[in-house]
Every structure is written in C-alpha cells, then in structure tokens.
Design a protein around this ligand. Structure first.
Ligand SMILES: Cc1cc2nc3c(=O)[nH]c(=O)nc-3n(C[C@H](O)[C@H](O)[C@H](O)COP(=O)(O)OP(=O)(O)OC[C@H]3O[C@@H](n4cnc5c(N)ncnc54)[C@H](O)[C@@H]3O)c2cc1C
Length: 399
C-alpha cells in the first residue's frame, strides 16, 4: 500500500475483526474503534458456508471453529402443511468434496471470540473499546477520526477509513451521505435451548432444518459443539416497538406458529427466552466509497438473512479489501477502493436479490406452496446445490 499510516476501522463486528486480522497478516497497521465497552456477541447462531469458512480457515482459525462449531450432515427442508421433508440437501462431506471447505454452524459468541482472540494476538492491531466517534474528516492523503473514550477526546489518523459499523452505520450516514437502515417488514425471533432437553423425533444435532410455511419460516441447527440448539423464526410483521431488538413474548411466537405441525410447536415451546429483532437492510442506493472512506459488511449491504450470507459477505469483503490494500503496486488508494467496489457490489447485489426471493418463496401459501414443493422435489438436492455453486464456490480474486 502506498502509505505507512494505519487503516482506521470503525466497528469490531464480523466484518471489522476479519478485516483487521487480514490487514495485520499482510503487514498493515490497524486502528480498530468499537463503541461497545466489551466485545459481546449479538444474537445467537450463525451458519458459515464454505465461501466464508475457507477464508477463516486460511487465517488459521480452523481448529478454533471446529472446537465450538458443528458440521451438519444435511439441511432438511420441510413444508408446514404436511410436515414432510420436501428435499434434503447434503452438507457435511459433500461441501468438502465440492468446495474444499466445510459448512459450519456456530454460536456467534464463539465466532466473535475466535476472531477477537486472533486480533488481540496481532501487534499491528490497536483495538480501542468504548470509542464514541464524534467527527470524521477526510483530507487529501489522510483521514482523521475523533472519538471520546472514558470522557477523554482522542484523534486517530489513518490512510483509509473503513466503516464496518453494521446496518445502522454511522459512517454510512455521516461520511457517505447514505440513509438510515430500512425495515424489511419481517421480524426474526431468536432463541436457544439445551440439546439434552430435546426428546422429539427430529435429530437436531445431525441436521439443520428449514420449515417453510405461510408468512413465516423456522430454521434450527446445533451450536456450541452440539450442546445447544439455535432457533430462528422469521415472521412477516409490522414493527411497532421503538427498539429494534426486544424481548419477545412467548405467547406471540406460539400464536404465529399455532397451526404448524406438532414438532414445530414443540420446538417453539422449548426455550424460556425469545428475542425479537427487526430485520433491517441498508438502503438500496448506498454509496460504497467516498474518497478514502469505504463501507464493508452490513453497513453497505445489510440484507435479509434468508440465504444465510450476510456474515459471509462481510468476511469476503474483508478478505478482498485487505488484499487490494496490501497489493505491492503503484495504484493509488482511490483506485484500489474503486476496484473493491467493482469486485464486490455485483456479487452482494445478487446475494441480496436471492435473499429477498427466498423470503417470498419460503412464505408461500396454498396452491403456490404446493407448486413450490413440487418444483423443489423434482429438482432434487443436486440441482439445489448447483444453484448455490456461485455462492459457496467463490474464491477471492487477487488483483
Ligand atoms: C436472524 C439473523 C440470522 C442471520 N444468520 C446469518 C447466517 O446464518 N449466516 C451469515 O453469514 N449471516 C447471517 N446473518 C447476518 C449477519 O449477522 C450479519 O450480516 C453480520 O453480523 C454483519 O457483520 P458486520 O460486522 O457488518 O456488522 P455487525 O455484526 O453489526 O457489527 C458492527 C459492529 O460495529 C459496532 N458499531 C456500530 N456503530 C459504531 C460506531 N458508531 N462506532 C464504533 N463502533 C460501532 C457495533 O457495536 C458492532 O460491534 C443473520 C442475521 C440475522 C439478523
């Protein structure tokens, strides 16, 4: 990179931590600013498809991921009307054979701790927790971020500013003149329970599950080395609370799934505590780059989680941006950032469109749902896998 100043990264979530690690490994100094006082996990589980797990494994995180993550054998896709399996797509060994990397399901806390520990071991990364950003200015060759920490104001100067501050990104709104997060009309209900408490017929440890039904779907998979089961219920809904992450009422979630098969109702009944999230996206016209400032992860392409790719795209962004910034050639920073956008935007746009489409397909009702099931049955697992090759089989382009 034609500059010796650090890269200033705002936000130590999946995107910011992965980017910091990739940059440090490439010999670049990083100042990582996080507003939270402590790095704590948000949410419950996360699915890591091979396009993302391969990057983390390349960073040396494979053993840590395997210690807490689970490699499910398959995903069983079921219909809520009959309760029957529509199709079963193999994951386990097939992912390794096809893409050379595993499909892993993991607790977010475990992924975040793995990334955080690796970042803390990098002397090139300086992490500042509890940093409230007060202003960001761009000059011809530098960026300057002012933040208060513990009542004291500090200035951080860098060569590039990366906004990795999530779907409600302040960098997007303040520096790139982008809009606020947009509510999608869907809520996600999230909960976990002890796997040992489950005595139902479904083998929750071995397979992940996707149940499709009218105006809702349910996803379940094992996390914490198989000790816990993670549930995500996505429901068409109007959001009326002021907050976007609130305790969910068990009565309300029971009600949403009242007409579903007994196995689903049993699952919904298991956890004591549910949380309810407003599913929001970044506005569609979000600019990615302005001079030396760039957005990555949910800050620029926050999306519906219906292809389980938001975190994966954040990890891919981090990998691509780091290798562009580290490349030993005479391109300017602005040229590198512009290449980053041309490499990433078409792909993330396509993934976002697929997530929206899946939302509609999963929530079909009546005859449309029957037609969907027939198409899925006829396609079979091989065709479903073929349709995902462009996502799971991605590898970074070095340029
Ligand atoms: C229900 C649900 C299920 C999902 N399932 C999957 C899945 O299975 N697979 C998958 O790949 N993705 C999934 N996702 C998407 C995934 O969670 C996100 O895409 C991912 O967390 C985005 O990471 P990020 O680092 O961009 O943002 P975040 O994880 O939101 O991190 C942003 C960080 O920035 C910090 N921050 C915010 N503002 C500031 C500020 N002003 N100054 C400093 N720091 C700041 C925050 O505290 C946070 O630490 C799911 C999402 C939901 C809602």
């Amino acid at each position: 990179m034609p500059d010796q100043l650090p890269v200033v990264v705002v936000g130590a979530g999946i995107a910011g931590l992965t980017l910091s690690l990739c940059l440090a490994r490439a010999g670049i100094q990083v100042t990582l600013l996080e507003k939270a006082e402590r790095l704590r996990e948000v949410g419950a589980g996360l699915q890591l498809s091979p396009n993302a797990s391969s990057i983390l494994i390349d960073l040396g995180l494979g053993p840590a991921l395997d210690a807490t993550g689970v490699r499910p054998e398959a995903v069983a896709i079921r219909d809520s009307a009959s309760g029957e399996v529509v199709t079963r797509m193999p994951l386990g060994g097939v992912m390794m054979d096809r893409y050379g990397a595993p499909y892993i399901v993991i607790h977010r806390a475990d992924l975040q701790a793995t990334l955080r520990d690796a970042v803390m071991n990098e002397p090139r990364v300086t992490l500042h927790l509890g940093a409230e950003i007060t202003s960001i200015r761009q000059f011809k060759d530098t960026v300057e971020v002012q933040a208060t920490r513990g009542g004291k104001s500090s200035t951080y100067t860098g060569s590039v500013l990366v906004g990795a501050d999530g779907v409600r990104s302040m960098v997007r709104q303040k520096v790139l003149a982008g809009g606020p997060a947009v509510y999608t009309g869907r809520t996600a209900w999230r909960a976990t329970f002890q796997a040992s408490d489950w005595h139902g017929a479904l083998d929750l440890r071995k397979e992940t599950g996707l149940w499709m039904g009218p105006r809702a779907h349910l996803v379940h998979y094992a996390i914490d080395a198989g000790r816990e089961i993670n549930l995500i219920a996505a429901v068409d809904d109007d959001w009326i609370e002021d907050d976007w992450d609130v305790p969910g009422s068990k009565l309300q979630i029971r009600d949403a799934f009242a007409d579903w098969p007994a196995q689903v109702r049993e699952l919904i009944d298991k956890p004591d505590i549910w949380r309810k999230w407003a599913l929001c996206g970044a506005p569609s016209n979000t600019p990615w780059v302005r001079e030396r400032a760039v957005l990555i992860g949910d800050a620029v392409h926050g999306m519906l989680p219906f292809v389980a790719q938001g975190g994966a795209m954040a990890i891919e962004d981090a990998r691509v941006l780091a290798s562009l910034l580290a490349a030993e050639d005479d391109r300017s920073i602005e040229e590198r950032l512009s290449t980053f956008v041309s490499l990433r935007k078409p792909r993330t746009d396509k993934v976002m469109a697929m997530a929206r489409r899946n939302g509609s397909i999963y929530h079909l009702d009546g005859l449309s749902a029957k037609a969907r099931n027939m198409v899925m049955r006829l396609a079979g697992p091989e065709r479903l896998l073929d349709a995902l090759d462009w996502i799971y089989g991605w590898t970074p382009v070095e340029s």
